[in-house]
Ligand binder design. Structure first.
Ligand code: NAD
Length: 424
C-alpha cells in the first residue's frame, strides 16, 4: 500500500483551519506550515563487534511562538525508509504544535528520532546507550529547558530520557538540568501521574462529552481497541466514573464480554497469558465487530487508520475518544459528523501525556514536586477547557470537532505570532 505523505496531511489540516479563520495570505500560511528548523544528523556508534555503524537521526523544531519546542524522540524504521521518516518527523512536530496549543500548554512543537528498530535488531544495552548518548551529544546545542524539551516516543523509555539528560548535563559543565527532557523516571525528576496521563486525560474528555450529550456515564458501555497504556488507563478511569467496559483487543485478537469486565481482571489475564483472547466469559470477535459493537463510548487506542468510511457507516457508538494517534481516516470524518457521533480528536483526546510532560518540566524548573492529585487536577483543568473551547468553535462554525480543534490551535499560535512579529 502506498502510504500518504504525512507532512502533506499536516499541511492540509493547517490550510483547512486557515480557510475557517479567513487567512488568505499565503505567506502567513507558509509561516504556520513550515518547520522553523530541521536537523538531519550523522550518528556514528561503535557496535559490540568493534565495527562502526552510522545511523541517521533527526530533530525537527516546528514552532516556538507559544514556548519552547516539545515533542518525542522515536527509534523506529517506518516502511518507506529514511526519506519517509523525515516527512513523518516533520508532520509529527507540526501536530505537537497544535496539540500543545489546543490545551493551552505554553509550549511549541518538535519531534525527533533515529532510523533504527532496536527491538527487531536486538541492540544490546551498551549499543543502545552509546547510540542514545551520541545522538544526545549531537542535539545538545539545540535542546535545553528553555529551548526544546524532548520526551519518550516509540521504542524509547525513561532510560533513554535519563541518558539524554545526563549527557546534556555533562556537556553543559555539570549544570543540573532535569527540565531538558520529560518522561523521566521519578527518582531523576519525573512527575507523578505521567504513566496514566494519556488514558486519564481521555477519560476526562469523554466525561465532558457525555455531559454535553446528556449521556449518563453510569453503566455506559465502553469498547477499547488495544489494551496497552493509552487504552487500559482510559478504560480504568472510565470504570471509576461508573462506565462498564464490554470489549477489548490486542495484536492477537478481539473479545466481547456482553455483561462487562473489570479492567484490572483483564490486565491480570493478559499479564499471565500474553493476550486478552481467551478471557473467561468472553467471546472472540473480529476487529470490525469490535469497532462496530453497540456501545456509548469507543476508544480506538492502538493503531492508525482504523476507522475508514465503511466502518464509520456501521459504527453504533455515541462518543469516540481517540487515545491513539490518527485512528480515523479523513474520509470517515464527514460520515461521523453526519451521524452526530461526538469525536474527540486525537490532538485533544490524548493530550494528557503532553499536559503532564509540561507539568513535569514546570516542577523541574521550580525544584518542587506536586502530589499525584495536584498534577491530575492541573491537567484536568487544561483538558476540560480544551474540550469546551473546541466544542464551542465546532458549533459556531458548524464544523466537526477535528477541524474545530485545529482552528482553536492555529488561532492561538497566530495570536502569539502577531504579538511578536518577525525579528529582525
Ligand atoms: P502500547 O504499546 O502500550 O499499547 C498498544 C496496544 O495496541 C497493545 O495492547 C497492542 O497489543 C495493541 N495492538 C497492536 N496491534 C493491534 C491490532 N492489530 N489490533 C488491536 N490492538 C493492537 O502503546 P500506547 O502507548 O498505549 O500507544 C497506543 C496509541 O496511543 C499510539 O497511537 C500512541 O501514539 C498513542 N499515544 C500514546 C500516548 C502515551 O502516553 N502512551 C500518548 C499520546 C498518544
Amino acid at each position: 500500500m502506498v502510504k500518504s505523505d504525512p507532512f502533506d496531511n499536516a499541511t492540509k489540516q493547517v490550510n483547512d483551519a486557515c480557510d475557517v479563520l479567513g487567512i488568505k495570505d499565503k505567506g502567513l500560511r507558509d509561516y504556520l506550515i513550515m518547520p522553523n528548523r530541521f536537523l538531519r544528523l550523522k550518528v556514528p556508534v561503535k557496535m559490540d563487534n568493534g565495527k562502526i555503524r552510522v545511523f541517521t537521526g533527526f530533530r525537527c523544531q516546528h514552532n516556538n511562538d507559544r514556548g519552547p519546542y516539545k515533542g518525542g524522540i522515536r527509534y523506529f524504521d517506518p516502511e518507506g525508509g529514511v526519506k519517509y521518516m523525515e516527512r513523518e518527523v516533520m508532520a509529527l512536530s507540526s501536530w505537537m504544535t497544535w496539540k500543545c496549543a489546543v490545551v493551552d500548554v505554553p509550549l511549541g512543537g518538535g519531534k525527533g528520532g533515529i532510523f533504527v528498530n532496536p527491538k527487531k535488531e536486538k541492540l544490546s544495552d551498551g549499543e543502545m546507550e552509546r547510540l542514545t548518548r551520541q545522538f544526545a551529544s549531537k542535539i545538545a546545542e539545540v535542546i535545553g529547558p528553555q529551548k526544546d524539551i524532548p520526551a519518550p516516543d516509540v521504542y524509547t523509555t525513561g532510560r533513554e530520557m535519563t541518558q539524554i539528560m545526563d549527557t546534556f548535563t555533562k556537556m553543559s559543565g555539570n549544570n543540573y538540568s532535569p527540565g531538558t527532557i520529560t518522561g523521566k523516571p521519578i527518582p531523576v525528576g519525573g512527575s507523578l501521574a505521567r504513566n496514566v496521563a494519556t488514558g486519564l486525560g481521555n477519560a476526562y474528555c469523554i466525561r465532558e462529552a457525555a455531559k454535553i450529550l446528556k449521556i449518563k456515564l453510569k453503566g455506559a458501555r465502553v469498547v477499547l481497541q488495544g489494551f496497552g497504556n493509552a487504552s487500559t488507563f482510559s478504560g480504568e478511569y472510565l470504570e471509576k466514573m461508573g462506565a462498564k467496559c464490554i470489549a477489548a483487543s490486542d495484536s492477537k485478537g478481539s473479545i466481547l464480554v456482553s455483561k462487562g469486565f473489570k479492567v484490572q481482571k483483564l490486565l491480570d489475564w493478559k499479564n499471565k497469558k500474553g493476550t486478552v483472547v481467551g478471557f473467561p466469559g468472553s467471546r472472540k470477535i473480529s476487529t470490525e465487530q469490535l469497532l462496530t459493537t453497540k456501545c456509548e463510548i469507543l476508544v480506538p487506542g492502538a493503531l492508525e487508520n482504523q476507522i475508514n468510511a465503511s466502518i464509520a457507516k456501521k459504527l453504533q457508538c455515541k462518543i469516540i475518544g481517540e487515545a491513539a494517534n490518527g485512528p480515523t481516516l479523513p474520509e470517515a470524518d464527514p460520515i461521523l459528523y453526519k451521524k452526530k457521533i461526538f469525536v474527540i480528536p486525537d490532538i485533544l483526546a490524548n493530550s494528557g501525556g503532553v499536559c503532564i510532560s509540561y507539568l513535569e518540566w514546570v516542577q523541574n524548573n521550580m525544584g518542587y514536586y506536586w502530589s499525584f492529585d495536584e498534577v491530575a487536577k492541573k491537567m484536568e483543568s487544561n483538558i476540560v477547557r480544551g474540550l469546551k473551547d473546541t466544542h464551542s468553535i465546532s458549533k459556531k462554525h458548524k464544523i466537526d470537532n477535528r477541524k474545530a480543534a485545529m482552528v482553536l490551535a492555529v488561532g492561538r499560535v497566530l495570536e502569539a505570532f502577531e504579538h511578536k512579529g518577525i525579528w529582525p
